[in-house]
Design a protein around this ligand. Structure first.
Ligand code: HEC
Ligand code: HEC
Length: 793
């Protein structure tokens, strides 16, 4: 909160000695009788600034019905009173009992409707809400209802009883109070995201709806049919605000009203697991938009489900890429964004840990942001870990009006794309372990598939699929078998129970075969194989699952019995193309272990495995049966052994791409080795090899031979750069340079055509989209999203 006027007023009070005088009064025991009530203590000490009845004055904001104070405990309020607010509010040295009384009184003015628990029959209130009250024709609660007004899923927690009653009886008045504390009545403010406006367009027509956001040069208008119109200033000339709210004042009997308020007060956020009632099914059109997106849409982590980060857009191309310019940037609180934005119908959705923001993809302006409360309870016993440090988030999945996010405590959350309201929130793990989440989910038909991370600790990995409508579990595939199950014979020793195998990178889907391909992480313990003799399936493998049932169809293990932490979590790129003279359905992956693989994705047959780095010492090649031919002396010891690639791999999770025109595969690669030291169960320490510092390259690989056709050596510290690549039909490859620039290179030759200096240690991969006929290229850079396009002539 910032109130510049009260800042100035408080400062002038200090200057006038008034502050001290009022404090003196507060400490003068004759003025303060023991046993004074909170109200009396307030009047003596605080009313001078915070106004009579704590309703606010010109020197300080009100303390009653304050959304900011709603979430604060009595102790937190007492702490503010005791320590004051530098430059704004003096500290108060009150006796403990008075401090407590005062804090309790302030807290009582802000107690949420949820905590107040008013009497009444909530289920009758729910019936009224969805029935005769017609509230659901504008509001959504836990995914039910419409989005012509704020989502009310947590309205009990966000409003006091007084505010709730006011909102029902006098919607316009309540909205006015909400915005007036921070916002003049004529202006747009985040508090009036649901204010009704009429927008006169320059083409003569008028649009009526909610100004979800507005700046000097653009306006994000949600019309009452649930559509977003992303307007630029040249498209409209007049915006006028309506005085009334769209919401009609409540008409109900006394009994209905009591029941309704009881119901609304109990709405404390939708974190209760899957929905029990089935909403409307996902439309066939929405499903098609993900399976075969329209040109310029990017509804999924890699743009398309095949995992090939190659776009058909060609407005930005080899001829004009030198003219690219930054169009806008948008900041999120997270400092190291790993998100790939997704875009549908002109709206861009970006993620940070436990946060999603919807943006106007043309203007870069925020439409809404959702932040998940960190103490959201998990209803089931098994629980993911709250990241604490905020494990980064890689991105989102879209389906119709739904947005899906995995959270740092391994929940899967479904948000409404218009309001940002929570439709459902489910806890994914159902067994013990330090599960956490960051993977962008994958939508396949009307299910959403998500995995987890945490495989460097003891847990049993899984991949899970949920109904997009309700969050109900459809299937779960365990990446580590139970004793006695098929593949359990590949584990000899005690490690099987919690053998790792996390699923932290978005997989790929092929609608032709109906197969879902997912890469599996390293076994646990990572570098100590003594309690897990054998191949340790399905770690470091690709698994091909029937998308409908989650049943395993085939698997291929890149690194059997891994001792070097080489998760197979590199993109699985599905392409249909000619290969050695035959049209084939391929699955291509440049693996962390240093080999470039081409498989037949219908059956897992290995077609090619060639090193794509020179520094590769653990295997001499991959034999005809698909097994690596191991070289001696690569088992980590207590003294340490030198093995290449390094633990971070010859490549990693960042995106790769195949361009059908150049027939080249583009991937960021690292030439590096580590001294792998065995230091006990679960603990491994890779050390840099001082004699051979790492080198990073952008490489273009011929998929039929595995030969490197061109490469761009990088300048700078390789381990800092986790940018992937984007390939486009414009004949370009975009990527983040190790030196900090964002660059476009000619896909055919590897000649750098354009770069933008961003000073970034990249942690995210680029994407491209088209809005209103204009192509943009976007990438997360530090705490910002940057979007580039060609200038208009
Ligand atoms: C000299 C004026 C002044 C006096 C006297 C004063 N305050 Fe404040 N107080 C402020 C200002 C100004 C702010 C707002 C600071 C900001 O928004 O950054 C504030 C903020 C607060 C907040 C935090 C509000 C929030 O939304 O987080 C609390 C709680 C508070 N005051 C309680 C009290 C109490 C209780 C008293 C009496 C013991 C008191 N104040 C006396 C000026 C005053
Ligand atoms: C025609 C659409 C419409 C209908 C019907 C409607 N509302 Fe609203 N409601 C809104 C809009 C729009 C707002 C936001 C008001 C504003 O900012 O002007 C709102 C605001 C609210 C708020 C305040 C939310 C907040 O966070 O401040 C509550 C509570 C609420 N409505 C409850 C109800 C209930 C209960 C019903 C049924 C009796 C209902 N509404 C019927 C459109 C509607």
């Amino acid at each position: 909160m910032t109130h510049n006027f009260s800042w100035a007023a408080a400062a002038s009070l200090v200057a006038a000695g008034f502050w001290v005088a009022s404090l003196g009064a507060a400490q003068n025991s004759s003025a303060s009788a023991p046993g004074d009530s909170g109200e009396v203590l307030y009047a003596k000490n605080c009313a001078v600034c915070h106004g009579a009845g704590a309703r606010g004055g010109d020197r300080a904001p009100g303390l009653a019905n304050s959304r900011g104070l709603r979430s604060q405990s009595e102790d937190q309020i007492a702490a503010v009173i005791r320590t004051g607010i530098p430059g704004r509010m003096p500290p108060f040295e009150l006796p403990d009992s008075e401090l407590k009384t005062l804090a309790a009184w302030v807290r009582s003015l802000n107690i949420s409707a949820f905590d107040a628990k008013p009497d009444g029959d909530p289920s009758a209130g729910e019936q009224f809400f969805f029935g005769t009250g017609q509230c659901a024709s504008c509001h959504m609660v836990a995914g039910r209802g419409k989005a012509n007004g704020p989502d009310l899923s947590d309205t009990g927690r966000s409003l006091t009883l007084g505010e709730l009653q006011h909102a029902l009886d006098d919607p316009a008045g309540a909205a006015k109070i909400r915005s007036s504390s921070a916002c003049p009545p004529w202006a747009w403010c985040p508090q009036n995201k649901w204010a009704l406006v009429n927008v006169h367009l320059r083409n003569g027509s008028t649009l009526r709806g909610f100004a979800r956001n507005q700046g000097k040069h653009d306006l994000q208008l949600q019309t009452l049919d649930g559509r977003l119109h992303l307007l630029e200033e040249r498209e409209y000339d007049q915006v006028s605000r309506e005085k009334a709210s769209l919401m009609p004042p409540l008409k109900a009997t006394a009994e209905e009203r009591r029941a309704l308020i009881a119901y609304l007060s109990r709405l404390g956020g939708a974190a209760g697991g899957p929905l029990t009632s089935e909403p409307d099914p996902i439309s066939a059109d929405a499903i098609q938009q993900v399976l075969n997106p329209k040109p310029g849409e990017w509804p999924t982590y890699n743009g398309i489900l095949s995992g090939n980060r190659h776009s058909g857009l060609e407005q930005i191309n080899v001829q004009n890429a030198t003219r690219l310019q930054l169009q806008w940037s948008y900041s999120l609180p997270s400092s190291e964004l790993q998100t790939t934005p997704v875009v549908s119908d002109g709206v861009m959705y970006v993620s940070a840990p436990d946060q999603v923001c919807a943006l106007d993809s043309r203007a870069g302006r925020e439409i809404w942001c959702y932040t998940r409360p960190s103490d959201t309870a998990s209803p089931s016993g098994a629980q993911g870990v709250g990241a604490g440090g905020g494990s980064p988030n890689r991105g989102l999945a879209l389906l119709g009006d739904r947005v899906f996010l995995t959270t740092s405590d391994a929940h899967l959350v479904c948000l409404n794309g218009l309001t940002g309201g929570v439709m459902w929130d489910v806890n994914m793990p159902d067994s013990p372990g330090r599960y956490s989440g960051r993977v962008a989910p994958l939508v396949v038909g009307d299910i959403v598939v998500a995995g987890h991370e945490g495989g460097d600790g003891p847990l049993r990995g899984f991949l899970a699929a949920y109904k997009a409508t309700t969050g109900q579990l459809v299937w779960r595939f365990w990446t580590i078998p139970r004793p006695g199950e098929p593949a359990s014979e590949t584990w000899r020793g005690k490690a099987l129970e919690t053998g790792g195998g996390a699923t932290w990178l978005t997989g790929s889907y092929d609608s032709e075969t109906g197969l879902l391909y997912w890469a599996i992480g390293n076994p646990f313990p990572p570098t100590d194989g003594s309690e897990r003799e054998g191949d340790n399936l399905y770690t470091d493998s690709v698994v091909a699952l029937d998308a409908k049932s989650g049943k395993l169809r085939w698997h291929y293990q890149f690194t059997p019995h891994d001792l070097h932490d080489w998760d197979a979590q590199e993109p699985l790129v599905l392409v249909n193309t000619r290969f050695n003279g035959r049209d084939r359905k391929l699955l291509i992956q440049a693996n962390r272990n240093g080999f470039f693989y081409v498989l037949d994705r219908t059956n897992g047959e290995l077609l090619l495995a060639k090193p794509f780095v020179k520094r590769l010492t653990w295997a001499s090649g991959v034999g005809p049966g698909g097994r690596p031919q191991l070289l001696e002396g690569n088992t980590p010891t207590s003294e340490g052994v030198r093995t290449c690639p390094a633990v971070r791999g010859a490549t990693n999770w960042y995106s790769s791409a195949f361009n059908p025109a150049t027939r080249l595969f583009y991937v960021m690669t690292v030439e590096d080795c580590n001294i792998y030291k065995q230091t006990g169960r679960g603990i491994y320490t890779p050390f840099q090899d001082p004699a051979n510092p790492p080198e990073k390259y952008l490489r273009a690989i011929d998929i039929e031979t595995g030969k490197i056709v061109w490469e761009i050596p990088q300048v700078g510290a390789p381990e800092a750069n986790y940018s992937g690549v984007l390939s486009t039909a414009g004949g370009l490859v975009f990527y983040g340079e190790t030196g900090g620039g964002f660059a476009a290179v000619a896909a055919k030759t590897g000649r750098t055509l354009w770069h933008f200096e961003a000073g970034q240690a990249w942690k995210a991969s680029p994407m491209t989209y088209m809005t209103s006929g204009k192509q943009y290229v976007a990438i997360a850079s530090g705490n910002q999203i940057l979007s580039f396009a060609l200038p208009e002539r």
